[in-house]
Structures are given as C-alpha cells and as structure tokens.
Write a protein that binds this ligand. Structure first.
Ligand SMILES: NC(=O)c1ccc[n+]([C@@H]2O[C@H](COP(=O)([O-])OP(=O)(O)OC[C@H]3O[C@@H](n4cnc5c(N)ncnc54)[C@H](OP(=O)(O)O)[C@@H]3O)[C@@H](O)[C@H]2O)c1
Length: 317
C-alpha cells in the first residue's frame, strides 16, 4: 500500500490531496496547524500532527521509509517574513528531517511566480525562470536547496509549479456576491488554472511516476483571461460580475497595507506577491503532465470546473 506524508495537510490543496489518496487506498499522515481541520481529517483515518515547519525540532522523526512526501505549506499572500519562513526555511527543515528516512519521493508544490510576470508566449517547463517578486525568488532558492540535496544525497525531489488552484470551498461565489472580489487592471491578462481535485491527481502521479529533479506544470488545458473566468462564474452563479480596480490604485493600497503590516507584523490583505501573480500573464502548457505522466483531467477547462463551485457555494444564496 502506498503511503503519504503531507506537509500542509489542513490546507485547501493539502486536505483535498489527503482525501484523494485515502480514496485510492493510500495510508496518509500529515502535519498542519489547525486543530479543527485536523479533527475533520482524522475522521477519514488520516493521522495529523500539529507542528510548525519553521521549528526544526518539531519535524524530527516524521519520515518513514517509502513515504511519498508532499510539501504544500505556503500561500500566495502573506507577510514577506512568513513567506520566507514557510517557503524556504520550512523546506530546508523538512529536507533535513527527512534526509536519512529513505523516503520514496518529495514533491514541492509552488506557484508560477518563478516565471515573473509571465509571458505572451506559451510557458513550458523549459521556459527560463525570471522571478520578479519575493515569492518567486524564495521559490527558486527552496528549489535550489533541494536540487543540491538531490545531487549530494540523492534526495528524491521533484517540483510542481501549479496554476491558480480553484474549486469548491474557496467561497469565491460568496465573495462575488458580496462584491469583495475585484479584478486588477481590467483582467485582460491570462491565468492558467487547475481544479483542486485534478491537482491532487497530478501530485500523486508526480510522486509515483515523475522523475527526480524534474519540474512539472500543473495546469488545465485552457488558459483563460481573468475577466472571462470571473464573468463566466458570475453568469453561472447568477451573481454580479466583479468590478475592476486600476493597477495604480492597487499598488497604492499595497504600499499602505505594507506599512500597516510592518507595524503589526500581520498579513497584508493584498501584497506585492499576490499582485504580481494576479496581474501576470500565464498561458502554460500541460503537455508534459499529459504526455509523460499520462494524467487525464476530470476538469480539462474552467467551463467544466466552475460547475463544482455552483453546487458547493451557490446554495447559501
Ligand atoms: N492558492 C493558489 O491558487 C495556489 C496556486 C499555486 C500554488 N499554490 C501553493 O500551493 C500550496 C498550498 O496552497 P493552499 O491554497 O492549499 O494553501 P492553504 O490553504 O493556505 O494551506 C497552507 C497549509 O500550510 C499550513 N501551514 C501554514 N504555515 C505553517 C507552518 N508554519 N507550519 C506548518 N504548517 C503550516 C496550513 O496549516 P493551517 O491551515 O492548519 O494553519 C495549511 O495546512 C502553497 O504552497 C501555495 O503557495 C497555491
């Protein structure tokens, strides 16, 4: 029986991965911080430990021989200190803790921030990286640490760069209904997206059939402009389409939030990392996950995927 150890198991993507693997007969363990989310997972037979990836001693002895390890700790928004703590220090701590455990694979899940503001051309795994945000730079430093560990110790790392993860449970319809969700700069830029259930399937394929040292883009078949995606969702959910905030105003707000967050050490609601990702242009190819890993997406485009948001979130109207 395959066994998984998921860092960030209480999160949106981590918990979906846990459910997917349990459904496929895996034994699943993981770490997170939220006691209540851990409780929900434990009812599925998943073992959850409360630990902080920033504290190396809390990770000692976590790994078991044969584990497929998934690292899903991090966020596209957050204070820069926190981004570095979980996106780089946590990865180093996890690798150190697992170095001699005999794990089968280590799948590091990151964003498209390594590609900076994206490109007008199709992005593939061979597209050169050129980060222009702190998140992008941190992501590549974490990746480099694992590449060094692979070279020196045979640490079985592989790298997933995921498009925008969407699906039920994100409360996106609710945010549209309450006019809390806005596009930046009109939304003519493209995003590559992946449904959370398809991401879970891609991650298990990368663990079992992927190659150490390789990058895999986890995206669906059809990049879509921000405006087209949210207009379609709003139309299907019968809620207002989102308004747009000019980029100059968004940047001014970020500076204001940044100042507040420096004073409070809290998370800024809109930071530079999130701004860079949601205003970038990412038209990514999934030829490698389809061709090399043979994945067959349940939601090949946002048109099919959006329907799962209606069933989940449209009810509380
Ligand atoms: N959201 C997107 O569209 C997107 C796109 C591409 C890639 N990604 C990446 O995919 C990963 C998962 O994203 P997500 O949306 O599932 O994020 P999420 O819901 O915020 O989940 C993050 C997970 O990390 C855990 N965590 C946070 N700080 C921790 C710490 N110090 N020690 C241990 N665990 C900690 C959280 O625990 P608690 O919840 O218990 O606090 C949670 O389990 C992230 O690395 C993100 O950058 C996200």
């Amino acid at each position: 029986m395959s066994q998984a150890l998921i860092f960030g198991i209480t999160g949106y993507a981590g918990s979906a991965l846990a459910r997917h693997l349990v459904d496929h007969g895996w034994t699943v363990r993981g770490i997170g911080r939220s006691e209540s989310a851990a409780g929900d997972l434990e009812t599925l037979g998943v073992e959850v430990e409360i630990a902080d990836v920033g504290e190396p001693e809390e990770l000692t002895g976590l790994g078991r021989a044969g584990d497929h390890v998934f690292y899903l700790v991090g966020s596209i928004s957050g204070h820069p200190d926190w981004t570095e703590r979980v996106g780089l220090d946590g990865v180093v701590n996890a690798e150190t803790a697992l170095a001699s455990a005999g794990i089968a694979s280590f799948v590091l899940v990151q964003t498209l921030a390594a590609y900076g503001r994206g490109s007008d051309e199709t992005i593939t795994e061979d597209t050169p990286t050129r980060p222009d945000s702190q998140l992008g730079r941190i992501s590549l430093l974490a990746e480099q640490h694992l590449r060094d560990a692979l070279g020196k110790r045979g640490f079985p790392a592989r790298f997933v760069r995921a498009g925008t993860i969407y699906g039920p449970g994100r409360r996106t319809v609710e945010a549209l209904r309450n006019k809390r969700l806005r596009m930046l700069g009109g939304g003519s830029n493209y995003s590559s997206r992946i449904h959370v259930d398809d991401l879970a399937m891609v991650l298990s394929a990368v663990a079992e059939r992927g190659r150490a040292g390789e990058v895999y883009l986890a995206v669906d078949d059809e990049p879509v402009s921000m405006a087209a995606y949210f207009d379609h969702l709003a139309d299907r959910a019968h809620v207002p389409a989102p308004g747009s905030t000019p980029k100059w105003l968004a940047r001014a707000m970020i500076s204001g939030f940044g100042l507040t967050s420096k004073l409070t050490k809290g998370h800024a609601p809109l930071g530079h990392n999130l701004y860079a990702l949601v205003t970038g242009n990412y038209t990514c190819s999934n030829a490698k996950i389809r061709g090399e890993l043979g994945v067959d997406l349940a939601y090949p485009t946002y048109v099919e995927g959006v329907e799962t948001l209606l069933a989940d979130e449209g009810e509380d109207e």
